[in-house]
Structures are given as structure tokens and as C-alpha cells.
Write a protein that binds this ligand. Sequence first.
Ligand SMILES: *Cc1c(COP(=O)(O)O)cnc(C)c1O
Length: 467
Amino acid sequence: MNPVPSPWQPAARTDRRNPLTTSMPTVRPDRRHLASGIPGPLSSAFEARRRAAVARGVGSAVPVYAAAADPGLLHDIDGNAFIDLASGLGVTAVGNAAPDVVAAVREQVGLFTHTCFLTSPYSGYVEVCEELSNLTPGRHEKRSVLLSTGAEAVENAVKVARAATGRSAIVVLDHAYHGRTNLALGMTAKNAPFKQGFGPFAPDIHRVPTSYPYRDPQGMTGEEAAQRALEALERQVGGENVAAIVVEPVQGEGGFIVPAPGFLPALQSWCREHGALFVADEIQSGFCRTGAWFASEHEDLVPDLVITAKALAGGLPLSAVTGRAEIMDAVQLGGFGGTYGGNPVACAAALASIEVMRTGHLVDSARAIGDTLFTRLRALAVRHPAIGEVRGRGAMVGVEIVEPGGRRPGAEAAQRLAKACQQRGVLLLTAGTHSNVLRFLPPLVIPPALLNDAVDVIEECCDELLA
Ligand SMILES: *Cc1c(COP(=O)(O)O)cnc(C)c1O
């Protein structure tokens, strides 16, 4: 009798070798290259398998499957080469598969892959914390805890703030993005798709208006915007209840919003006067991205806590909370932890990445990238009234698309532009509460010729698609 196949039987294992080895030319193109339609046949085949295996809730901006990456280029399994303006969401600042990071990871992974720092410690963890003490703003004594993801670090910063102040209210801003765990979602502003259907969210999180110069009343200063936020806070929360104000010094997912000068310093001063912590979520803006090691430096901010992740470890999952020693050490022994936090391979990658940032002067590279992008995109904005604003700091640049003649968000046009760029071999993403901001987050080691070619493509797409 033939056994009825169990519905749980896994599909027959097919060849798991990287399809690159069978389908791609041995020499990878060193510039933008279209070998097939986007997506090509191999990627399309994986899309079909994906639909049957991967949950629908996981999206992808471009349905092409990665095979390899160089500084500035992402190669797919069909042999297409895309100019990378996304860095895997601002992660591979030192370049994807950066040789020094790869070497450090290879060495560590051959020694030990994991012990759990709570079981038996290792030097890499301590060294990453030392680097964080030295690099983050302020010369005071600091301590750090290492975690795995940005959202997890945000959660731990909230723990610290509550333990250190004995208060519970957490104040966040309009357009904020702090991650996707339940507590982090409560702090994130945008409903769909991030929060829709997932409530209720953790209590005692309060949202106040931010400074969004392009959309605030004309001429509103940073101090005035801070006044607006602090009045709301005092009315709705009560100053004496606030454990922390958590800000992104440049808002990322919310639309690459740079607050007006004076806004963040005023919030910091208020925190100092009222015994609350000023917490900077530098997960996206940190590690050279904005033309400084941390975006807080642009306004001489010295946050009580700095949250880092993304570019910290060159593509491996690692995050951290770094802060004043006495504040961090308010958390009791055993109050921090997690199986994977500060994984040794991720720590090795972080130490190598930080060394590349330092010796490669990636702060300067970020500024140079910003100069190119601002000059060329602002020139483009002059002939396209649908480009409402070009803004950002360093290599964190956003282009807000609007309906010509006004400032109503042009989400559809922004999505069409991003798609058109992708079809021509430029990996460009969008962001923003209204999904109408083109976001530029290139690796900080992108060769200038690739960056300029990408902007040529964007110009072409704008000229064809924008009114
Ligand atoms: C990406 C991001 C997070 C969340 O990090 P994950 O690693 O995705 O959990 C939090 N805050 C900011 C500012 C981010 O950009």
C-alpha cells in the first residue's frame, strides 16, 4: 500500500548552492548592468516559491534575489547589477561584505560562534563597549549593554530610563520610528502598515509634535516648535512624570526630517531641568551616516542615552544602549540580558567596521556624498515643482515629492519614481509618514562614478515621470 504523503513532509531539497555559481558570469560587472528584465527569470521563480513559503506580511521593495554585493553594487541571481542607494536600510555603511569585516567574521566564527555573554564572557563584547564609550558624544564616564536588534535596544533604553528615574512616562515625537516590537511600535508613529491590527500597545507612551520645517507654519523656529512640544507634554503628561524624551536626531522612516536648529537642544535643556533623560535613537543616523560619528553632534547634544544598531556591525545583527555610568548602572545585576545579545561574531564585525570607519575617514566620505547629492538634487528640484524639498545631513538625504503647486504629499509619484529607478538598475527606496519621500542611504564607500550614474538615472526618471 502506498503511504499517503504527509502534508507536513518538507519539499524535496533542491540544490542549495548559490544560484550565482551556476547562472552568473565569473566576472561581476563593476557598474550598473541590466542582464534581464526586472525581475529576471531566476528571481521570478524564487518569487513563486516565496509566495508558497514566506508569510505575506513580509514585504520587499524589489523582487530581485541577491547573489553578491560590492561597495555600491548589488548583484542579483539573474546577473543584474543595481547601484545600491539603500545599504540594506543604512546598515552596510562600510560596504557590503567589506573585506576587513569578512576577515574578522571568518576568524571569529572559526574560534567560537557563541557562548552567551551571560554564561561566559569574551573580549569582543568589552571592546565594543569601550569603542562606544569613546565614540558617542560627551566625555563623561559611560557604560553600554549590547543587544541584537534596534527595537530590542530601544526597549532596553526604556528600561534604563524607568529604573534610573523611578518614573514611567516616555515621550516620543510625531513621525517617529523606533521599531516593531510591541513597546517599540507604541513609540512608532505611523499606523499602516506598522501598527495596524497589532494593538493594544504598551501604556504611558505619549506623542507630541515634532519640528518639521517643511510642514510647520512658515518661519517657525526650533525653539517655537520645542515650546509647542513641551506645552503639550506638560499639559498631557506632567513634567514630573516623564522618565525620558526619546528623539531621532534626524528622523529616518518618518521622512528624513531634520528638525529646525534649536529644537533638540531645547528638549535636552528641558530634560535637564526636569530630571528626565534625553535619549537619542541614533540607530539610523549614527556611525558616520550624517557626516559626523553621531547626528547629535551637529547641535552639540550630549544625550544621556544613545541607542545604536544598523551600521554598528557592518551587516551583522548587533545593537547597543550607551549612557552615563550612574544611569546605566541603575539597572540591577541580571536586569539586562538575552541569549544572543552581543554575539561574538557580531562583535568582531563591529570592531572591524568601526576600524574601517575610522581609518577610511567615512565621516568625510558621508559629507562628500551629501555634497554631490544636495548639489545635483537641488538643481533638479529647480525644474521640477513636484520636488518639494531636498533635505538631510551628509549621506542621509530625503527628497519630498508633492503635488505641483502646493505641498500635498505626492505618494503615488514617489512610488512610481522609485519603481522606475529600480527598473533601470538603481535601488532607491521611499520613506515618510505619507510614503512620499525618496530616501538616499548609499554605502559610505560608494565610488563617485556609481553615485553620479545613479543620480543621472533619477534625473531621467524625474524628467519622464514628473509633471
Ligand atoms: C531601524 C530603526 C529602528 C529599529 O531597528 P530594528 O533593528 O529594525 O529593530 C529603530 N529606530 C530607528 C531610528 C531605526 O531607523
